[in-house]
Design a binder for this molecule. Sequence first.
Ligand code: FAD
Length: 339
Amino acid sequence: MPTELSIHKDFDLSTFNTMGVSSKTSHFVEITSLSELEKAVQFAQEKNLEILILGGGSNILFKKDFDGLVIYNGLKGIDFLSDTELKVAAGQNWHELVLFCVQHGLGGIENLSLIPGSVGAAPIQNIGAYGVELEDVFVSLEAFMLETYEIRTFNKTECNFGYRDSVFKKELKGKAVIISVTLSLTKNPTVNTSYKALADLIKDKGIQNPGIKDISNCVIEIRQSKLPDPKKIGNTGSFFKNPVISVQLFDQLKADYPDLPGYPVTERQVKIPAGWLIDKAGWKGKRMGEAGVHTKQALVLVNHGNATGEEIWNLATEIRLSIKEKFNISLVPEVNIIG
Ligand SMILES: Cc1cc2nc3c(=O)[nH]c(=O)nc-3n(C[C@H](O)[C@H](O)[C@H](O)COP(=O)(O)OP(=O)(O)OC[C@H]3O[C@@H](n4cnc5c(N)ncnc54)[C@H](O)[C@@H]3O)c2cc1C
């Protein structure tokens, strides 16, 4: 074992996941350089340990203890490749990057303010909020490939981004460690106020020509009023993806539920809010032991204190079964389930 790596055994992950479940990993290491990453991977492979890359732990549910090596990403640094292009190390905090860009007058990610987690995890599910997705500003990323130890550059096409999706959740799941992300921002941004709640708040505040700082502040204000703070009550934001269903099923449901919201995705597909379905099925504010559905936002599952990952998962399973039965729709978790 490389002496300079500090590998912890039987390590408690309760402060490393925003759901706050008290799970353990058999091995844990924090890496702060590429050579440490390489050594950590080598260590795991020699010992035949499964590898899990961990950022902020804000999109992960540990259903049970993890038997393997958790590699906590501590790669830091922001480099200007040009006036408007930034190469950012994967362990940087996402929201701090947004604030950095706003401070430097660089537009493009202000609508993604206050999303918890690391820069390296942002491409995994193509993070999105308030009318903007990561792919809108994405240029490329560098990844350390676990099988070959090579550093591979992925452009936007190769990432195959979709709604809360990318190649790293499919073919390359568990095969690549993202080490940096390059973004293209803009000096003279046209702000995006397409999202109604955002446009309404800007209007209510009497802001005439909103700039990127106004957008960031308003997004922060809306998010703080709507979403529970993981520091106060454990959660992972949206637990499920918004389902995309056929127009045919949408029309059938609309006959029974005239208030069902729907947003066309293609001519034949409609996206509907999973939170609406969960609320309509009577789950909002419900509890199963220490696991619960948030009182304001039915899409968010919460840990009322001492819920285990298994309890949260059991609640999620009950919700999925009830939505399938009531609406004939299969909900898919947005959160990465471990175990
Ligand atoms: C209150 C709250 C609000 C949220 N709001 C939003 C929102 O508006 N929009 C949105 O899209 N998401 C949202 N999320 C989800 C979450 O913030 C994002 O998915 C974020 O990108 C996760 O980052 P992380 O570093 O915490 O990832 P983690 O939870 O640590 O990891 C997530 C997954 O990515 C993998 N991974 C992490 N880093 C790397 C890496 N460097 N290389 C390879 N794989 C890696 C992990 O193995 C895991 O499978 C929210 C979460 C919370 C708690």
